[in-house]
Design a protein around this ligand. Structure first.
Ligand code: NAD
Length: 385
């Protein structure tokens, strides 16, 4: 069983799909591992650590992937990446499949069996493979650290000889994994924290972390959670009520962190330019939904924008700025999944094609797009909730 870890080719990507720790674990399963030179450099894992763990360092992607049965990546392979993979190889990555059907087709044409880690079902057996949780948790933490660094005032209340400094007010919008970690981090830093979500289950979670819950709690709110635990897209009437509530609240906040997402849909727009104008100069917005279109009208992916009234709007890709921790957790998620694809007797890759985890994550197989959500006849479909 030959495993390859090519370097990521997306210029903004600093993470790596394996660490010396997971290399050792794969070797214990009698795999051979080839890591492309400098693949882990930006994540703080130099080549000599991979070598010491037992990997071979390859000079380029083609050499690393030559003859590989399994390719581990962070992001979906580009066409150039695919040229180095052999047909029939398994490729496991965060595939970002929604809205990228052509790129999935390209993987099918390249003949690889592609697995999308973010489609892993959120069931007990797959918890250790949940990349959305491992990465969102870090993103939520980092969003508050970024906001604190950007904000020109202190976060905790301080009683000093020169007088009292008030605690900062932080508002978290969207209370999934990232939002909960953002609340916890903001509380640890001494801020006064409020939070909102459309799923009623979050109210108790917010309160248990010592923050105050704010939401339009009408009948639609009571029905907003899908069976899968995700949010539904809300009606325009609900959105209008939510906007009115948010507008009044946001004007009094120092920092707003937005994390709201709906699977398979663009991120809901929660903060308009007008709401930003109502905030005090020096306030900070961190938009974690920026890669899915953003929760704030003014945010831009990878950028910090200063609005006309002096409000900073930060749209950085957070996990890539915590590359060492993010890679460690991601690599463990991958190992936990790949282990289920290996026959322990023969020590070879032998995916069980009817396994629940395989069926949920497999996008392409034997030259075809096989995932029902991404087949050409059904391009607009969204995940079963
Ligand atoms: P997500 O990233 O899909 O969305 C983030 C949050 O945004 C969600 O809480 C969602 O309700 C909220 N949101 C959507 N539209 C909104 C709007 N208009 N206004 C305000 N908020 C809005 O969510 P996630 O972090 O992936 O978590 C989704 C669910 O999965 C949660 O129920 C979580 O507890 C659950 N989960 C389960 C497991 C497991 O069982 N293994 C692991 C992690 C998360």
């Amino acid at each position: 069983m030959r495993i390859a870890v090519p370097a990521e080719t997306d210029p903004g990507e600093t993470r790596v799909a394996a660490t010396p720790e997971t290399v050792r674990k794969f070797l214990a399963l009698e795999a051979q591992i080839s890591v492309q030179r400098h693949a882990g450099r930006e994540a703080g894992f130099p080549d000599d650590e991979f070598e010491a763990a037992g990997a071979t360092i390859a000079p380029d992607a083609a050499t690393a992937c030559s003859g590989a049965d399994l390719i581990l990546k962070v992001r979906r392979p580009s066409l150039t990446d695919l040229a180095a993979f052999r047909p029939g190889a398994l490729v496991v990555a965060i595939m970002d499949p929604y809205g990228h059907e052509a790129a999935i087709e390209a993987m099918a044409r390249a003949g690889v069996d592609a697995f999308a880690m973010e489609l892993m079902p959120r069931i007990t057996r797959a918890q250790a493979m949940d990349v959305l949780s491992s990465q969102a948790n870090l993103a939520g933490y980092r969003a508050v650290i970024d906001a604190a660094a950007e904000y020109g005032r202190a976060l905790p209340m301080m009683m000093t000889a020169a007088g009292t400094v008030p605690a900062a007010r932080i508002f978290i919008m969207g209370v999934g994994v990232a939002g909960l970690q953002a609340i916890a981090t903001a509380r640890r830093l001494g801020a006064i924290v409020t939070a909102t979500d459309v799923r009623p289950a979050t109210k108790e979670q917010v309160e248990s972390l010592g923050a105050k819950f704010i939401a339009v709690e009408d009948e639609e709110f009571r029905q907003a959670e899908t069976a899968g635990g995700y949010a539904k897209e809300m009606s325009s009437e609900y959105q209008a009520k939510q906007a009115a509530l948010v507008a009044a609240h946001i004007a009094k906040q120092d920092i707003v962190v937005t994390t709201a997402l709906i699977p398979g849909r663009p991120a809901p727009r929660l903060i308009s330019a007008e709401m930003v104008r109502a905030m005090r100069p020096g306030s900070v917005i961190v938009d974690l939904a920026v890669e899915r279109g953003g929760n704030c009208e003014l945010s831009a992916a990878g950028e910090k924008i200063i609005a006309g009234n002096g409000v900073s709007i930060v749209g950085y890709s957070n996990v890539t700025r915590l590359a060492a921790t993010a890679s460690s957790l991601y690599a463990r998620n991958l190992y936990a999944f790949v282990e289920t694809l290996i026959d322990k007797e023969t020590r070879t890759l032998a995916p069980k094609w009817d396994d629940e985890l395989v069926r949920a994550t497999l996008l392409t197989r034997e030259g075809a797009v096989v995932h029902p959500n991404f087949q050409a006849a059904n391009p607009q479909s969204i995940p079963a909730a």
